[in-house]
Design a protein around this ligand. Structure first.
Ligand SMILES: N[C@@H](CCC[C@H](N)C(=O)O)C(=O)O
Length: 273
Protein backbone atom coordinates (compact mmCIF):
# COMPACT_ATOMS: atom_id res chain seq x y z
CA UNK A 1 0.00 0.00 0.00
CA UNK A 2 1.46 3.33 -1.09
CA UNK A 3 1.17 6.42 1.10
CA UNK A 4 2.27 10.05 0.95
CA UNK A 5 3.13 11.99 4.07
CA UNK A 6 2.86 15.76 4.48
CA UNK A 7 2.86 18.22 7.34
CA UNK A 8 1.18 21.56 7.83
CA UNK A 9 3.11 23.39 10.55
CA UNK A 10 4.07 20.10 12.19
CA UNK A 11 0.51 18.69 12.05
CA UNK A 12 1.36 15.58 10.01
CA UNK A 13 -0.96 13.42 7.91
CA UNK A 14 -0.71 10.34 5.73
CA UNK A 15 -2.66 10.44 2.49
CA UNK A 16 -3.89 7.02 1.35
CA UNK A 17 -5.57 6.80 -2.04
CA UNK A 18 -8.64 4.48 -2.09
CA UNK A 19 -7.14 3.00 -5.29
CA UNK A 20 -4.48 1.46 -3.01
CA UNK A 21 -6.85 -0.16 -0.52
CA UNK A 22 -10.66 -0.67 -0.50
CA UNK A 23 -11.09 -0.08 3.18
CA UNK A 24 -9.02 0.90 6.21
CA UNK A 25 -10.13 -0.69 9.48
CA UNK A 26 -9.89 1.16 12.78
CA UNK A 27 -6.91 -1.05 13.71
CA UNK A 28 -5.19 -0.25 10.39
CA UNK A 29 -5.52 3.47 11.10
CA UNK A 30 -4.24 3.13 14.67
CA UNK A 31 -1.18 1.22 13.38
CA UNK A 32 -0.50 3.56 10.45
CA UNK A 33 -0.49 6.58 12.80
CA UNK A 34 1.57 4.87 15.50
CA UNK A 35 5.03 6.45 15.77
CA UNK A 36 6.73 3.14 16.70
CA UNK A 37 4.67 0.37 15.08
CA UNK A 38 3.58 2.34 12.00
CA UNK A 39 4.66 5.33 9.95
CA UNK A 40 3.48 7.86 12.50
CA UNK A 41 1.08 10.76 11.97
CA UNK A 42 -1.62 12.94 13.51
CA UNK A 43 -4.17 11.33 11.19
CA UNK A 44 -5.00 9.63 7.90
CA UNK A 45 -6.60 11.31 4.89
CA UNK A 46 -8.43 8.71 2.79
CA UNK A 47 -9.17 10.11 -0.67
CA UNK A 48 -9.91 11.18 -3.29
CA UNK A 49 -13.31 9.47 -3.13
CA UNK A 50 -16.08 10.33 -5.59
CA UNK A 51 -18.08 13.33 -4.32
CA UNK A 52 -21.88 13.72 -4.35
CA UNK A 53 -21.82 17.42 -5.03
CA UNK A 54 -18.26 18.04 -6.26
CA UNK A 55 -15.26 16.28 -7.82
CA UNK A 56 -13.51 15.15 -4.65
CA UNK A 57 -14.62 13.72 -1.33
CA UNK A 58 -12.37 13.02 1.66
CA UNK A 59 -12.55 10.90 4.79
CA UNK A 60 -10.46 12.09 7.76
CA UNK A 61 -9.34 9.73 10.51
CA UNK A 62 -7.77 10.49 13.89
CA UNK A 63 -4.90 8.34 15.28
CA UNK A 64 -7.36 6.60 17.66
CA UNK A 65 -9.22 5.35 14.56
CA UNK A 66 -12.22 7.68 15.00
CA UNK A 67 -13.50 9.65 12.02
CA UNK A 68 -13.42 13.47 12.14
CA UNK A 69 -16.01 15.52 10.29
CA UNK A 70 -13.42 18.07 9.15
CA UNK A 71 -9.77 19.03 9.52
CA UNK A 72 -8.33 22.35 8.46
CA UNK A 73 -4.74 21.20 8.04
CA UNK A 74 -5.98 17.87 6.68
CA UNK A 75 -7.85 19.76 3.95
CA UNK A 76 -4.87 21.95 3.14
CA UNK A 77 -2.64 18.86 2.93
CA UNK A 78 -5.15 16.95 0.80
CA UNK A 79 -5.41 19.98 -1.54
CA UNK A 80 -1.65 19.93 -1.93
CA UNK A 81 -1.79 16.16 -2.62
CA UNK A 82 -4.37 16.74 -5.40
CA UNK A 83 -2.13 19.49 -6.79
CA UNK A 84 0.99 17.26 -6.63
CA UNK A 85 -0.96 14.56 -8.52
CA UNK A 86 -1.97 17.23 -11.09
CA UNK A 87 -5.64 16.54 -10.37
CA UNK A 88 -6.21 20.26 -9.76
CA UNK A 89 -4.57 23.46 -10.98
CA UNK A 90 -4.06 26.73 -9.11
CA UNK A 91 -7.78 27.55 -9.75
CA UNK A 92 -10.14 27.05 -6.75
CA UNK A 93 -11.76 23.61 -6.44
CA UNK A 94 -14.17 21.92 -4.01
CA UNK A 95 -13.76 19.08 -1.51
CA UNK A 96 -16.60 17.32 0.29
CA UNK A 97 -16.20 16.19 3.92
CA UNK A 98 -18.79 14.91 6.41
CA UNK A 99 -18.47 18.39 7.99
CA UNK A 100 -19.36 20.24 4.79
CA UNK A 101 -18.02 21.21 1.38
CA UNK A 102 -15.05 23.58 1.28
CA UNK A 103 -13.37 25.50 -1.49
CA UNK A 104 -9.56 25.34 -1.71
CA UNK A 105 -6.80 26.90 -3.74
CA UNK A 106 -3.11 26.05 -3.93
CA UNK A 107 -0.60 28.82 -4.61
CA UNK A 108 1.51 28.40 -7.77
CA UNK A 109 4.55 27.02 -5.89
CA UNK A 110 2.34 24.48 -4.05
CA UNK A 111 3.79 25.60 -0.73
CA UNK A 112 0.83 27.56 0.59
CA UNK A 113 -2.82 26.51 0.58
CA UNK A 114 -5.98 28.50 1.35
CA UNK A 115 -9.21 26.80 2.38
CA UNK A 116 -12.57 28.55 2.75
CA UNK A 117 -13.69 26.61 5.82
CA UNK A 118 -17.33 27.72 5.88
CA UNK A 119 -19.36 29.36 8.63
CA UNK A 120 -18.44 28.95 12.29
CA UNK A 121 -21.36 28.26 14.67
CA UNK A 122 -20.96 29.00 18.37
CA UNK A 123 -22.40 25.69 19.51
CA UNK A 124 -21.54 22.07 18.90
CA UNK A 125 -24.22 21.84 16.24
CA UNK A 126 -23.59 23.38 12.83
CA UNK A 127 -25.79 26.46 12.01
CA UNK A 128 -26.87 27.03 15.61
CA UNK A 129 -25.99 29.92 17.93
CA UNK A 130 -24.79 33.04 16.22
CA UNK A 131 -22.81 34.33 19.18
CA UNK A 132 -20.22 32.92 21.58
CA UNK A 133 -21.66 32.03 25.00
CA UNK A 134 -19.44 31.41 28.05
CA UNK A 135 -19.61 28.03 29.74
CA UNK A 136 -17.76 26.98 32.89
CA UNK A 137 -16.10 23.62 33.16
CA UNK A 138 -14.54 22.17 36.33
CA UNK A 139 -11.49 19.93 35.80
CA UNK A 140 -9.09 18.69 38.48
CA UNK A 141 -10.46 21.29 40.87
CA UNK A 142 -9.91 24.17 38.44
CA UNK A 143 -12.72 26.06 36.69
CA UNK A 144 -12.16 27.18 33.10
CA UNK A 145 -14.51 29.40 31.09
CA UNK A 146 -14.77 28.28 27.48
CA UNK A 147 -16.83 28.84 24.34
CA UNK A 148 -18.18 26.15 22.03
CA UNK A 149 -17.53 26.54 18.33
CA UNK A 150 -18.33 24.28 15.40
CA UNK A 151 -16.28 24.44 12.23
CA UNK A 152 -17.83 21.21 10.95
CA UNK A 153 -16.04 19.55 13.88
CA UNK A 154 -16.48 20.53 17.56
CA UNK A 155 -14.20 22.85 19.54
CA UNK A 156 -14.08 24.32 23.06
CA UNK A 157 -12.06 27.55 23.20
CA UNK A 158 -10.67 28.68 26.57
CA UNK A 159 -9.13 32.13 27.01
CA UNK A 160 -6.17 32.34 29.41
CA UNK A 161 -3.67 34.97 30.54
CA UNK A 162 -0.73 32.56 30.88
CA UNK A 163 -0.29 29.95 28.14
CA UNK A 164 1.82 26.78 28.43
CA UNK A 165 1.79 23.42 26.58
CA UNK A 166 1.15 21.83 30.00
CA UNK A 167 -2.30 23.41 30.13
CA UNK A 168 -3.24 21.46 27.00
CA UNK A 169 -1.59 18.20 28.03
CA UNK A 170 -2.94 18.26 31.61
CA UNK A 171 -6.50 19.51 31.15
CA UNK A 172 -7.04 18.78 27.42
CA UNK A 173 -7.67 15.02 27.73
CA UNK A 174 -10.19 15.49 30.56
CA UNK A 175 -12.05 18.30 28.79
CA UNK A 176 -12.05 16.32 25.50
CA UNK A 177 -14.13 13.58 27.12
CA UNK A 178 -16.11 15.66 29.65
CA UNK A 179 -19.76 14.71 30.11
CA UNK A 180 -21.14 17.86 28.44
CA UNK A 181 -19.56 17.00 25.09
CA UNK A 182 -21.64 14.21 23.58
CA UNK A 183 -19.19 13.59 20.71
CA UNK A 184 -16.05 14.66 22.62
CA UNK A 185 -14.36 17.93 21.65
CA UNK A 186 -11.14 19.51 20.40
CA UNK A 187 -9.76 21.93 23.01
CA UNK A 188 -7.87 25.19 22.55
CA UNK A 189 -6.18 27.34 25.21
CA UNK A 190 -5.88 30.84 23.77
CA UNK A 191 -3.98 33.96 24.74
CA UNK A 192 -4.77 37.22 22.94
CA UNK A 193 -1.42 38.88 22.17
CA UNK A 194 -2.76 41.92 20.30
CA UNK A 195 -5.75 42.97 18.13
CA UNK A 196 -4.74 40.73 15.22
CA UNK A 197 -2.62 38.08 16.92
CA UNK A 198 -3.39 35.15 19.22
CA UNK A 199 -1.34 32.28 20.58
CA UNK A 200 -2.87 28.83 20.93
CA UNK A 201 -2.05 25.50 22.56
CA UNK A 202 -4.12 22.59 21.29
CA UNK A 203 -5.45 19.28 22.50
CA UNK A 204 -7.08 17.46 19.59
CA UNK A 205 -9.94 15.01 19.93
CA UNK A 206 -8.72 11.54 19.01
CA UNK A 207 -5.16 12.73 18.46
CA UNK A 208 -3.84 14.45 21.60
CA UNK A 209 -1.32 17.31 21.75
CA UNK A 210 -0.52 18.63 18.27
CA UNK A 211 1.84 21.34 17.05
CA UNK A 212 -0.88 23.01 14.99
CA UNK A 213 -4.49 22.60 13.92
CA UNK A 214 -6.37 24.42 11.17
CA UNK A 215 -9.91 23.98 12.47
CA UNK A 216 -8.70 24.90 15.98
CA UNK A 217 -7.20 28.11 14.55
CA UNK A 218 -10.53 28.94 12.92
CA UNK A 219 -12.50 28.20 16.11
CA UNK A 220 -10.15 30.25 18.31
CA UNK A 221 -10.08 33.18 15.86
CA UNK A 222 -13.89 33.17 15.52
CA UNK A 223 -14.40 33.20 19.30
CA UNK A 224 -11.97 36.06 20.00
CA UNK A 225 -13.42 38.05 17.08
CA UNK A 226 -16.97 37.41 18.29
CA UNK A 227 -16.00 38.61 21.78
CA UNK A 228 -14.61 41.83 20.24
CA UNK A 229 -11.03 41.02 21.34
CA UNK A 230 -9.58 40.87 17.81
CA UNK A 231 -10.41 42.27 14.40
CA UNK A 232 -11.39 40.10 11.41
CA UNK A 233 -7.83 39.29 10.25
CA UNK A 234 -6.02 37.18 12.84
CA UNK A 235 -2.59 35.54 12.89
CA UNK A 236 -2.79 32.35 14.95
CA UNK A 237 0.57 31.44 16.51
CA UNK A 238 0.96 27.77 17.43
CA UNK A 239 4.06 25.76 18.44
CA UNK A 240 4.41 24.62 14.79
CA UNK A 241 3.99 28.04 13.17
CA UNK A 242 1.43 30.56 12.02
CA UNK A 243 -1.92 30.26 10.22
CA UNK A 244 -3.68 33.36 8.89
CA UNK A 245 -7.45 33.51 9.41
CA UNK A 246 -9.87 36.00 7.90
CA UNK A 247 -13.51 36.14 9.03
CA UNK A 248 -16.40 37.87 7.32
CA UNK A 249 -19.37 39.42 9.14
CA UNK A 250 -21.19 36.06 9.21
CA UNK A 251 -18.12 34.26 10.58
CA UNK A 252 -17.27 32.53 7.32
CA UNK A 253 -13.58 31.70 7.73
CA UNK A 254 -10.73 31.69 5.25
CA UNK A 255 -7.52 29.94 6.37
CA UNK A 256 -4.07 30.19 4.78
CA UNK A 257 -0.80 28.50 5.69
CA UNK A 258 2.12 26.44 4.49
CA UNK A 259 2.16 22.75 3.63
CA UNK A 260 5.26 20.61 3.01
CA UNK A 261 5.67 17.15 1.56
CA UNK A 262 7.71 14.77 3.74
CA UNK A 263 7.81 11.44 1.93
CA UNK A 264 6.23 8.93 -0.38
CA UNK A 265 6.52 5.27 0.46
CA UNK A 266 5.13 1.76 0.51
CA UNK A 267 3.85 0.20 3.69
CA UNK A 268 5.03 -3.33 4.34
CA UNK A 269 2.23 -5.95 4.51
CA UNK A 270 3.78 -7.10 7.76
CA UNK A 271 3.04 -3.74 9.43
CA UNK A 272 -0.73 -4.31 9.37
CA UNK A 273 -0.68 -8.01 10.18
N1 LIG B 1 -5.67 18.66 12.84
C1 LIG B 1 -6.94 19.01 12.44
C2 LIG B 1 -8.14 18.54 13.19
C3 LIG B 1 -8.33 17.03 13.00
C4 LIG B 1 -9.64 16.51 13.47
C5 LIG B 1 -9.83 16.59 14.95
N2 LIG B 1 -8.87 15.84 15.69
C6 LIG B 1 -11.25 16.15 15.27
O1 LIG B 1 -11.46 15.01 15.73
O2 LIG B 1 -12.18 16.95 15.06
C7 LIG B 1 -7.06 20.40 11.87
O3 LIG B 1 -6.05 20.89 11.35
O4 LIG B 1 -8.15 20.97 11.84
Amino acid sequence: MKFTKYHALGNDYLVVDPKEVNRLSQDDIITLCHRHYGIGSDGVLYGPLPGNSCDFALKIFNPDGSEAEKSGNGLRIFSRYLWDRQLVSSKPFFIETPGGVVSASVCPSGKSVTVEMGQVAFSHKVSEAATAAPEDILVLGKTFTGYRANVGNPHFVILVDELTPKLATTYGPLIESAAGFSNRTNVQFVKVLEQGKIQVEIWERGAGYTLASGSSSVAAAAVVHCLGLCREKISVLMPGGVIEITLDVRFNASMTGVVAKIAEGTLSQEALS
